[in-house]
Design a protein around this ligand. Structure first.
Ligand code: AMP
Length: 568
């Protein structure tokens, strides 16, 4: 065997600190603006941010924190949280972002599982910390992300110190060490609806490669001319990588803190001339409702990334047709750092008729370089990319997990990560999520896409939120039940909603019943909690067994091998 000829280029490791160092040196005066919990606006620059991140690194090292130690955060999007991102990972510690919307029991469980050394938290979470501190005996200290003046009154955790007091003795003259790029950078737990959450442990290499991929023109397309406002929380999958992609590209960063209502977001977007923003559909719903009621329009926003759960087509249309803002639907997951696909069009696709373009962009989209995907049937075989066959979506790539934190067995199947999402992929390579594997509705052995059913309901102006779940049925085993939250002051009847489906989907996809409720249960990351919903409607009795026409119930083969009969 001949020895391979190696390239002769520098082996410079890809480290998270290099992103902030780059911004500090080349975009040193570019601003980072944060709406603080107190309501005032804080502004400083990338250069200031790097200095303070270094002060934090010095402080943590002085406290005895070592490379590999986990440092937990319970915090909103803001400059101190950003400093924590870099001040921990910069010297090899691991930044463990914790979702404060989880139940306290789960948070305590996560802190103990991660074995966090210190926890940094925003003042809004003082009571929460009071409740869980005693259950986390291995945490050495609790740091409040504020100054002494604003320290909240708290009962229990000791030692307790304000962040500003911790930083004060340190001068920020510190060189980021050259770490091995395979060292751990961030720890993010999934917000599973069943069982305990599982940790995804990113590396410096995966974080930096993801930031590069996320910044590409056909992804978030960030640049130093952008002002970017991540609404998606920094405690949820690193705010989709924006805190890394922004310093990489030199984009101005705007943080909303905990001011996430429509009016506050709109005002911040306007005053900071935000060009690009990212968040889950629920947040945009609040913003769009506010804008409609207040009769206001965006003056700087150019594009918005929407993901985390299915973006209703009606929302894409509102952004584009009413406000002239490009809405980019994307898909990803904690296990993927998180970006997997985005629905932007290439040159050829953008020449097609407007309706065809729209249809493409309603999908979850194409992969970006760095992610490889395929769909597999029940028998484990790859399925065709014809837009019809559907099966479980598998992915692989340098920012996809290989195994979960503290778990020995690998979840991979032949080197691919099974996402638990059910999808189709069309000839354009556009992926469309039809369901979570566990939310799939099987009627007479055939799959019904709950997401398609929900999307059609969401197109009605009276519908604020829709969830389609499986309901037990004596003949068909399961039938779809649609649960609706109406907008206030807009009326719609069950029959009007059912009429929406006529001619748009196969007759056997039409829900057997529609129930109106005041609210739907959500997970800690704002996704519909269908597990809870199914429990709530476990005893629901469907109207007298409707005959379900044309349901190809006799043969399970199609669904089993991953293909669905074409809707009529
Ligand atoms: P998380 O790890 O909490 O970010 O959740 C990831 C899961 O959210 C994915 O596996 C999908 O089930 C769902 N998800 C994310 N983005 C989308 C999207 N655009 N459409 C539908 N489901 C999505």
């Amino acid at each position: 065997m001949t020895t391979p000829l190696h390239g002769q280029m520098m082996d410079v490791p890809l480290t998270v600190s290099s992103l902030l160092a780059h911004a500090s040196r080349h975009f040193g005066t570019t601003e980072i603006v944060s709406k603080r919990i107190e309501g005032d606006v804080h502004r400083y620059t990338y250069r200031d941010c790097e200095k303070r991140a270094k002060q934090l690194a010095q402080a943590l090292i002085a406290l005895g924190v070592e490379a590999g130690d986990r440092i937990g955060t319970l915090a909103w999007n803001g400059y101190r949280h950003l400093e924590t991102y870099y001040g921990t990972t910069g010297f090899g510690a691991v930044c463990h972002t914790i979702n404060p919307r989880l139940f306290p029991d789960q948070i305590a469980w996560i802190i103990n599982d991660a074995d966090d050394r210190y926890i940094l938290f925003d003042t809004t979470f003082a009571q929460l910390i009071d409740r869980l501190a005693q259950r986390c005996p291995r945490v050495r200290g609790w740091i409040v992300l504020t100054d002494d003046e604003h320290l909240p009154a708290m009962r229990s955790p000791t030692p307790l110190v304000s962040y500003e007091t911790l930083l004060e003795p340190h001068d920020g003259t510190f060189d980021w060490p050259l770490l091995d790029e395979r060292q751990a950078s961030y720890l993010c737990y999934t917000s599973g609806t069943t069982g305990n959450p599982k940790g995804a442990l990113y590396s410096h290499r995966s974080t930096v490669l993801h930031a590069l991929g996320a910044s590409l023109p056909d992804a978030m397309g960030l640049s130093s001319r952008d002002s970017v406002l991540p609404v998606v929380p920094m405690f949820h999958v690193n705010a989709w990588g924006i805190p890394h992609a922004a310093p990489l590209t030199g984009a101005k960063l705007v943080f909303p803190g905990n001011h996430l209502d429509g009016e506050s977001l709109f005002e911040l977007m306007e005053t900071e001339r935000v060009t690009c923003s990212n968040g889950v559909p629920t947040v945009w719903l609040g913003l769009l409702n506010y804008m409609k009621e207040a009769g206001v329009r965006f003056s700087s926003l150019q594009r918005t990334g929407i993901g985390g759960s299915t973006c209703p087509p009606a929302m894409l249309r509102t952004f584009e047709d009413e406000y002239g803002v490009e809405a980019i639907h994307g898909w990803g997951m904690t296990e993927m750092s998180p970006i997997g696909t985005l629905a932007t069009l290439n040159w050829d696709q953008s020449q097609r008729p407007p309706e065809e373009q729209r249809r493409l962009r309603e999908n979850q989209g194409h992969v970006i370089y760095g992610v490889d995907m395929k769909i597999v049937g029940d028998d484990g075989r790859d399925l065709p990319w014809d837009g019809v066959a559907f099966g479980e979506l598998h992915v692989r790539g340098p920012w996809v997990i290989e195994r979960y934190f503290q778990k020995d067995d690998s979840p991979l199947v032949n080197g691919w990560f099974p996402t638990g999402d059910v999808a189709t992929i069309d000839r354009d390579g556009f992926m469309r999520i039809t369901d979570r594997c566990k939310d799939v509705i099987k009627s007479g052995g055939e799959w019904i896409s709950s997401i398609e059913v929900e999307n059609l309901a969401m197109a009605h102006p009276a519908v604020a939120e829709a969830a389609c779940i499986a309901c037990a049925h004596p003949k068909w085993s399961q039938r779809p039940l649609l649960v609706i939250v109406k907008h206030k002051d807009v009326e719609v009847t069950r029959d009007e909603l059912l009429a929406l489906y006529e001619g748009k989907v196969a007759k056997w996809w039409i829900p057997d019943d529609i129930v109106f409720v005041n609210e739907l249960p959500h997970t800690a990351t704002g996704k519909l909690n269908k597990l809870k919903l199914r429990e709530l409607f476990r005893d629901h009795v469907l109207p007298l067994q409707r005959e379900v026409p044309n349901c190809p119930h006799s043969k399970r083969g199609a669904a089993g091998s991953g293909s669905t009969p074409a809707p009529e």
